[in-house]
Design a protein around this ligand. Structure first.
Ligand code: HEC
Length: 146
Protein backbone atom coordinates (compact mmCIF):
# COMPACT_ATOMS: atom_id res chain seq x y z
CA UNK A 1 0.00 0.00 0.00
CA UNK A 2 2.74 2.44 0.98
CA UNK A 3 4.60 1.39 -2.13
CA UNK A 4 1.61 2.24 -4.27
CA UNK A 5 1.18 5.61 -2.64
CA UNK A 6 4.81 6.32 -3.21
CA UNK A 7 4.47 5.57 -6.92
CA UNK A 8 1.38 7.68 -7.06
CA UNK A 9 3.28 10.60 -5.60
CA UNK A 10 6.13 10.26 -8.04
CA UNK A 11 3.80 9.90 -11.00
CA UNK A 12 1.79 12.88 -9.87
CA UNK A 13 4.95 14.92 -9.87
CA UNK A 14 6.04 13.62 -13.21
CA UNK A 15 2.97 14.42 -15.19
CA UNK A 16 3.06 18.18 -15.10
CA UNK A 17 5.77 19.41 -12.79
CA UNK A 18 9.37 18.29 -12.51
CA UNK A 19 9.62 15.66 -15.16
CA UNK A 20 13.00 14.02 -15.43
CA UNK A 21 13.26 12.45 -18.84
CA UNK A 22 15.27 9.50 -17.50
CA UNK A 23 12.57 8.55 -15.02
CA UNK A 24 9.83 8.82 -17.58
CA UNK A 25 10.40 5.43 -19.24
CA UNK A 26 10.71 3.70 -15.86
CA UNK A 27 7.43 5.29 -14.95
CA UNK A 28 5.67 3.50 -17.79
CA UNK A 29 7.17 0.11 -16.88
CA UNK A 30 6.16 0.63 -13.28
CA UNK A 31 2.60 1.53 -14.23
CA UNK A 32 2.21 -1.62 -16.29
CA UNK A 33 3.68 -3.91 -13.67
CA UNK A 34 1.81 -2.36 -10.76
CA UNK A 35 -1.22 -4.62 -10.26
CA UNK A 36 -3.09 -2.06 -8.17
CA UNK A 37 -3.42 0.32 -11.12
CA UNK A 38 -3.62 3.25 -8.76
CA UNK A 39 -2.60 5.70 -11.41
CA UNK A 40 -3.88 6.15 -14.91
CA UNK A 41 -3.15 8.88 -17.38
CA UNK A 42 -6.10 11.18 -17.87
CA UNK A 43 -7.74 11.19 -21.29
CA UNK A 44 -6.01 14.49 -22.04
CA UNK A 45 -2.60 13.27 -20.88
CA UNK A 46 -2.78 10.15 -23.02
CA UNK A 47 -3.98 12.19 -25.99
CA UNK A 48 -0.95 14.44 -25.47
CA UNK A 49 1.33 11.41 -25.39
CA UNK A 50 -0.17 10.23 -28.70
CA UNK A 51 0.41 13.66 -30.20
CA UNK A 52 3.99 13.56 -28.98
CA UNK A 53 4.73 10.34 -30.84
CA UNK A 54 2.89 11.54 -33.94
CA UNK A 55 4.99 14.71 -33.95
CA UNK A 56 8.18 12.67 -33.90
CA UNK A 57 6.99 11.08 -37.15
CA UNK A 58 5.87 14.37 -38.67
CA UNK A 59 9.27 15.83 -37.81
CA UNK A 60 11.09 13.01 -39.61
CA UNK A 61 8.99 13.61 -42.69
CA UNK A 62 9.24 17.39 -42.50
CA UNK A 63 13.03 17.12 -42.44
CA UNK A 64 12.72 15.48 -45.85
CA UNK A 65 10.36 18.24 -46.96
CA UNK A 66 7.29 15.99 -46.79
CA UNK A 67 4.00 17.05 -45.21
CA UNK A 68 1.31 14.78 -43.74
CA UNK A 69 -1.86 14.26 -45.83
CA UNK A 70 -3.95 14.06 -42.70
CA UNK A 71 -3.23 14.33 -38.98
CA UNK A 72 -3.36 10.94 -37.26
CA UNK A 73 -5.05 12.33 -34.12
CA UNK A 74 -8.32 14.07 -33.47
CA UNK A 75 -7.64 17.69 -32.56
CA UNK A 76 -11.17 18.15 -31.26
CA UNK A 77 -10.05 16.11 -28.24
CA UNK A 78 -8.26 19.25 -27.06
CA UNK A 79 -11.76 20.46 -26.24
CA UNK A 80 -13.43 17.22 -25.20
CA UNK A 81 -10.93 14.99 -23.36
CA UNK A 82 -11.01 15.03 -19.57
CA UNK A 83 -8.11 16.62 -17.68
CA UNK A 84 -6.22 15.39 -14.65
CA UNK A 85 -7.12 18.71 -13.10
CA UNK A 86 -10.27 20.27 -14.57
CA UNK A 87 -9.10 23.72 -13.45
CA UNK A 88 -6.56 23.68 -16.29
CA UNK A 89 -9.41 23.86 -18.77
CA UNK A 90 -9.86 27.63 -18.50
CA UNK A 91 -10.25 30.44 -21.01
CA UNK A 92 -6.52 30.77 -21.64
CA UNK A 93 -6.27 27.08 -22.34
CA UNK A 94 -9.22 27.23 -24.74
CA UNK A 95 -7.75 30.18 -26.60
CA UNK A 96 -4.34 28.58 -26.97
CA UNK A 97 -5.87 25.29 -28.03
CA UNK A 98 -7.69 27.09 -30.86
CA UNK A 99 -4.50 28.76 -32.09
CA UNK A 100 -2.70 25.43 -31.86
CA UNK A 101 -5.41 23.75 -33.96
CA UNK A 102 -5.00 26.41 -36.66
CA UNK A 103 -1.24 25.87 -36.80
CA UNK A 104 -1.71 22.13 -36.94
CA UNK A 105 -4.15 22.40 -39.84
CA UNK A 106 -1.73 24.58 -41.77
CA UNK A 107 0.72 21.66 -41.90
CA UNK A 108 -1.80 19.82 -44.08
CA UNK A 109 -3.19 22.85 -45.93
CA UNK A 110 0.11 24.44 -46.88
CA UNK A 111 2.59 21.56 -47.36
CA UNK A 112 5.06 23.85 -49.13
CA UNK A 113 5.97 25.43 -45.80
CA UNK A 114 5.79 22.30 -43.71
CA UNK A 115 8.89 22.99 -41.60
CA UNK A 116 7.71 26.46 -40.68
CA UNK A 117 4.18 25.33 -39.78
CA UNK A 118 5.50 22.33 -37.90
CA UNK A 119 7.77 24.49 -35.77
CA UNK A 120 5.03 27.06 -35.13
CA UNK A 121 2.91 24.24 -33.88
CA UNK A 122 5.58 22.82 -31.56
CA UNK A 123 6.28 26.32 -30.25
CA UNK A 124 2.60 26.54 -29.36
CA UNK A 125 2.86 23.23 -27.49
CA UNK A 126 5.63 24.88 -25.50
CA UNK A 127 3.77 28.18 -24.93
CA UNK A 128 0.73 26.41 -23.57
CA UNK A 129 2.91 24.19 -21.41
CA UNK A 130 4.72 27.19 -19.95
CA UNK A 131 1.37 28.24 -18.51
CA UNK A 132 -0.20 24.90 -17.81
CA UNK A 133 2.16 22.00 -17.46
CA UNK A 134 5.87 22.75 -17.36
CA UNK A 135 7.14 19.20 -16.72
CA UNK A 136 7.25 17.91 -20.31
CA UNK A 137 8.81 21.08 -21.80
CA UNK A 138 12.38 19.68 -22.09
CA UNK A 139 10.95 16.69 -23.94
CA UNK A 140 8.77 18.82 -26.20
CA UNK A 141 11.74 21.01 -27.11
CA UNK A 142 13.34 17.95 -28.70
CA UNK A 143 10.56 18.00 -31.26
CA UNK A 144 11.66 21.38 -32.65
CA UNK A 145 13.43 21.46 -35.98
CA UNK A 146 16.55 23.54 -35.43
C1 HEC B 1 -3.54 24.50 -25.31
C2 HEC B 1 -2.59 23.94 -24.36
C3 HEC B 1 -1.73 22.78 -24.75
C4 HEC B 1 -1.16 22.52 -25.97
C5 HEC B 1 -1.26 23.33 -27.25
C6 HEC B 1 -0.40 21.31 -25.82
N1 HEC B 1 -0.51 20.83 -24.54
FE1 HEC B 1 0.35 19.14 -23.81
N2 HEC B 1 -0.66 19.37 -22.09
C7 HEC B 1 -1.49 20.42 -21.76
C8 HEC B 1 -2.11 20.16 -20.48
C9 HEC B 1 -3.10 21.08 -19.78
C10 HEC B 1 -1.62 18.92 -20.04
C11 HEC B 1 -2.00 18.16 -18.77
C12 HEC B 1 -3.14 17.22 -19.16
C13 HEC B 1 -3.67 16.42 -18.01
O1 HEC B 1 -2.88 15.92 -17.22
O2 HEC B 1 -4.87 16.29 -17.90
C14 HEC B 1 -0.68 18.46 -21.06
C15 HEC B 1 0.06 17.29 -20.96
C16 HEC B 1 1.05 16.92 -21.86
C17 HEC B 1 1.98 15.85 -21.68
C18 HEC B 1 2.13 15.02 -20.42
C19 HEC B 1 1.24 13.84 -20.42
C20 HEC B 1 1.58 13.01 -19.21
O3 HEC B 1 2.32 12.04 -19.37
O4 HEC B 1 1.12 13.35 -18.11
C21 HEC B 1 2.78 15.79 -22.79
C22 HEC B 1 3.93 14.83 -23.06
C23 HEC B 1 2.33 16.82 -23.68
N3 HEC B 1 1.28 17.51 -23.08
C24 HEC B 1 2.87 17.07 -24.91
C25 HEC B 1 2.37 18.02 -25.80
C26 HEC B 1 2.84 18.18 -27.17
C27 HEC B 1 3.94 17.37 -27.82
C28 HEC B 1 2.11 19.19 -27.70
C29 HEC B 1 2.16 19.74 -29.09
C30 HEC B 1 2.19 18.80 -30.19
C31 HEC B 1 1.21 19.68 -26.66
N4 HEC B 1 1.39 18.95 -25.52
C32 HEC B 1 0.33 20.73 -26.84
C33 HEC B 1 -1.71 21.55 -22.52
C34 HEC B 1 -1.33 21.69 -23.85
Amino acid sequence: MYKALFFLMILGLLSCKEEKASISSTEKTVTVKEPLQMYQLSEMASFMEDMYVAHEHIKEKALKGEAPDTLPYDLSKLHTATFTDAADNDETYQRMANVFIEYEEQMVEDPEHIKQHYNNSVKLCISCHQLKCTGPIPRIKKLLIN
